[in-house]
Design a protein around this ligand. Structure first.
Ligand code: 5MM
Length: 332
């Protein structure tokens, strides 16, 4: 089995998911400021060490996605982040996209940048110890959007990134995120997500990306944040699994983003997915739904590191329990 296949299988091992702690400097600084913490490089470092050093984290987390700044930082004891988390039994990952920017020619749509120099950057990240990478494409729903061209451009960039990762021996997390922003219905999200997945699958195949050596990180199929109704977990799960049924059966696994859902709702939806038979594991790669309670509990106070870690451990345990339902509901 190739290295990518082995690592991808480990990332979605039973009862485990991936922690997304890869906020760019701008996003992380804004979140620290909101939490009353000065957004300095040292505070960003201390926050990521607080998360990564959570006792028992490896029981429910197979990997942590970091951003470039963190991968060049060190734990307080001097060890580089990648080495420190590997020693804890956790795979280090790296966000390699350069962010979603306004797409020329496609008003209202975004294209994720970062392909220039990617091959060289991946080689550098491999030397720093990264086992996997992440690239996030964002798709906006309105009455008119997304366009076919917007979907195709983002799917193509995701495939270019994934092919480069596999050539570098790094597992690509492929993240096509259909945003929750807006008033759209669950049905409209399903229609758009299906179009996006079809384009991503076609572009990945065109560039000979090995499905068994990637982890797909999609949105759940869910109504927009400003839609007047809230779907039940069973409705979200049924619609999501229905859309996912078009994916290759030899995919290593699916690890959902949380997309701005309240933490408990994301967990309930993930648990409801496990009732459905899928050819691949279905787990979590949440950012906000895992770390928001931890950031609030820590609030930049060295005396409250244990509080932040307890908050993260509680969310990880809940999500790990959700995905462990699969083994109970679907015995081999
Ligand atoms: C943690 O946030 C990630 C990076 O965001 P920016 O580059 O915009 O700062 C983000 O890609 C994240 O990994 C995914 O969106 C999933 O996070 P959520 O919070 O949606 O689960």
């Amino acid at each position: 089995m190739s290295t990518c296949r082995q690592v991808a299988a480990r990332m979605v091992a039973p009862g485990k998911g991936v922690l997304a702690a890869d906020e760019s400097i701008g996003t992380m600084s804004a979140r620290l400021t909101t939490a009353g913490v000065e957004p300095t490089p040292e505070n960003r470092r201390a926050y990521r060490e607080m998360l990564a050093a959570t006792p028992g984290l490896a029981d429910g987390v197979s990997g942590i996605i970091f951003c470039d700044e963190t991968l060049h930082q060190r734990f307080a004891d001097g060890r580089p982040f990648a080495d420190a988390v590997r020693a804890l039994g956790i795979l280090p990952g790296i966000k390699v996209d350069a962010g979603a920017k306004a797409c020329p020619g496609l008003p209202g749509e975004k294209i994720t940048e970062g392909l220039d120099g990617l091959v060289e950057r991946l080689a550098g990240y491999a030397e720093l110890g990264a086992a996997f990478a992440k690239w996030r494409a964002v798709i906006t729903i309105t009455d008119e959007l997304p366009t076919a061209a917007g979907i195709r451009a983002n799917a193509h960039a995701l495939a270019r990134y994934a092919a480069a990762c596999q050539e570098a021996g790094i597992v690509p997390i492929v993240e096509p995120e259909v945003l929750m922003d807006g008033t759209h219905s669950l049905r409209r999200c399903a229609e758009v997500t299906a179009r996006v997945h079809a384009a991503v699958v076609a572009e990945l195949a065109a560039l000979s990306v090995d499905p068994a050596g990637i982890v797909l990180k999609p949105n759940m199929v869910i109504e927009g944040a400003d839609h007047p109704e809230r779907s039940a977990p069973e409705q979200v799960a049924e619609a999501t699994v229905d859309v996912l049924s078009a994916l290759p059966t030899d995919l290593a696994g699916v690890a959902f983003l949380s997309g701005g859902q309240p933490p408990e709702r994301a967990t309930a939806n993930l648990a409801a997915m496990q009732v459905h038979r899928t050819p691949w594991p279905v787990t979590f790669s949440f950012g906000r739904a895992l770390v928001d309670p931890a950031l609030a509990a820590w609030a930049g106070d060295p005396a409250r590191v244990a509080d932040g870690q307890a908050a993260l451990a509680e969310r990880v345990a809940a999500n790990a329990a959700a995905v462990r339902r699969r083994a109970e509901l679907q015995p081999a």
